[in-house]
Design a binder for this molecule. Structure first.
Ligand SMILES: Cc1cc2nc3c(=O)[nH]c(=O)nc-3n(C[C@H](O)[C@H](O)[C@H](O)COP(=O)(O)OP(=O)(O)OC[C@H]3O[C@@H](n4cnc5c(N)ncnc54)[C@H](O)[C@@H]3O)c2cc1C
Length: 431
């Protein structure tokens, strides 16, 4: 255990108070290290990313906040569903049926969830400055970060380690020049909150529903409370660019109208928020860390929202960046090289493991197979585990997933399962 000495204001500065930043700060504070979170926004503030995954809950256990999260009144999530354009196909990825532990998690208003997590980190001893981190300088011993609230004089803080958890802003990632655009996952999204959206009853009430759209687009339905639902359409960025981006309602309504099931689910709905849009949100990084800096969560890389992996990866990355900072720089016998190598390996392996599930979702053959699960070899169960956040699976499940991707390749050549016309429409359009 170390505490900041006279030459250091803090052991660690964390930029960003979202899931990655609060997981990092909470863990460091819990283990006796002094940590300052610099967050530019006053919480609570809106953020997208509302559907969580159950296997990420061990991070709550590490931080000691699982009870708080589950007592906060968030809607329970017990699975996810894939629904076809006209509603005739429905595939359920049920956590309990597939023996996933824990078998449920929550759908969250991020404004409330992020505030809960930040307050929890503070309760463990983290300090928070509401200000924007503007620049930093690294030297052999530490990092000096310049930050300031809007219209206020800049201040400086000195720490041994800097964790970038600034999300897509990429405070360190962009300064170090390591961010790389994703040339394949070029998507855009328009979304809002609605009341009176048609829901499933009983156990399936809290499921995230994904409804497919023509041209390999899709819509998410995330129940946030008994009556409030987050609904967002995801389109190819080229399709989005051809639209009038000043009229988000028109883009959203046109996409919903193209899927009879989506139109039916929204038939009696009343919008309760403005429309918002995001585009070009997927990217990777050349490196996740360097001497005295770590990228955690979206600050490092982000994969498309389709499987709701973002918050879990941010929580895991935040926790692991804190562990790496301790092992590399703060412990009594620090080993920076080993800690950096391990952190790099863990983040990259996870990103590369999840990516084929995401890119595959935009391929007709994989959608055909997802919509036609067969009860053989435990493949559906292994896929459900991944969709529950199982990113570090055992050998048997990895073999099952290899078989799944082999079947996807075969489906491209032979019709192993019925080809769903809506998935292949994209190919027809391009032809
Ligand atoms: C359309 C869309 C839908 C999504 N849906 C889901 C979903 O259903 N489930 C899911 O798990 N994920 C989803 N995600 C992903 C999710 O939003 C992110 O992965 C998650 O929020 C990442 O957390 P983070 O802590 O890394 O970054 P963020 O949550 O973005 O937090 C970063 C924080 O840093 C602060 N900050 C930025 N720059 C500075 C600075 N210079 N100084 C100080 N503070 C700064 C910001 O104010 C912010 O609070 C979605 C993403 C998109 C684009």
């Amino acid at each position: 255990m170390t505490s900041a000495s006279a030459t250091f204001d803090h052991d660690v500065v964390v930029v960003g108070g979202g899931p990655a930043g609060t997981a990092a700060a909470g863990y460091l504070a819990k283990h006796g290290h002094s940590v300052l979170v610099i967050e530019s926004e006053s919480f609570p503030r809106f953020h997208i990313g509302e559907s969580l995954l159950p296997l990420g809950e061990y991070v709550f256990d590490e931080l000691g906040c699982r009870d708080k999260v589950h007592a906060a009144g968030f809607h329970k999530k017990r699975g996810a569903q894939l629904r076809s354009l006209c509603g005739e196909h429905r595939v359920v990825f049920d956590f309990k049926e597939n023996k996933i532990q824990p078998d449920e998690t929550v759908q969250v208003h991020r404004a409330e969830f992020d505030k809960l997590m930040l307050d929890h980190a503070v309760s463990l001893g983290a300090k928070v400055a509401t200000a924007r981190a503007r620049s930093y300088e690294r030297d052999a011993d530490g990092v000096t970060v310049t930050f300031g609230a809007r219209d206020e004089a800049a201040q400086q803080v000195r720490a041994r380690v800097l964790i970038d958890a600034s999300g897509r802003t990429g405070f360190v990632a962009k300064t170090e020049g390591v961010r790389r655009p994703d040339e394949v996952l070029q998507k855009a999204s328009v979304y809002a909150h609605f009341k009176n959206v048609k829901r499933d009853e009983g156990e399936r009430h809290g499921d995230t529903r994904i409804v497919t759209l023509p041209n390999l687009g899709w819509v998410w339905w995330i129940p946030l409370t008994a009556d409030l639902t987050s609904v967002g359409v995801v389109l190819d960025i080229d399709v989005y660019k051809q639209k009038d981006k000043g009229d988000l309602e028109a883009i959203f309504s046109e996409a919903i109208a193209s899927a009879p099931l989506a139109a039916e689910l929204l038939a009696d709905a009343e919008r309760t928020s403005d429309f918002r849009a995001e585009s070009g949100f997927s990217y990777s990084t050349e490196r996740y860390c360097g001497d005295r800096w770590f990228l955690a969560g979206d600050a490092g890389s982000f994969l498309d929202p389709v499987w709701s992996t973002g918050v879990q990866m941010a929580l895991q990355g935040g926790l692991e960046s804190a562990q790496a900072a301790i092992a590399g720089y703060l412990s009594p016998s620090p080993d920076a090289q080993k800690a950096l190598e391990r952190y790099e390996r863990t983040q990259r392996r996870r990103y590369e493991f999840v990516r084929p599930f995401v890119t595959g979702f935009y391929e007709p053959a994989m959608r055909d197979l997802l919509f036609n699960p067969r009860p053989y070899f435990g493949i559906h169960r292994a896929v459900t585990k991944v969709l529950a956040g199982g990113f570090d699976l055992g050998l048997l499940d990895r073999l099952r997933l290899k078989m799944f991707f082999w079947l996807v390749r075969m489906q491209k050549r032979f019709e192993l399962v019925p080809r769903m016309a809506e998935n292949h429409e994209a190919e027809v359009v391009e032809a």
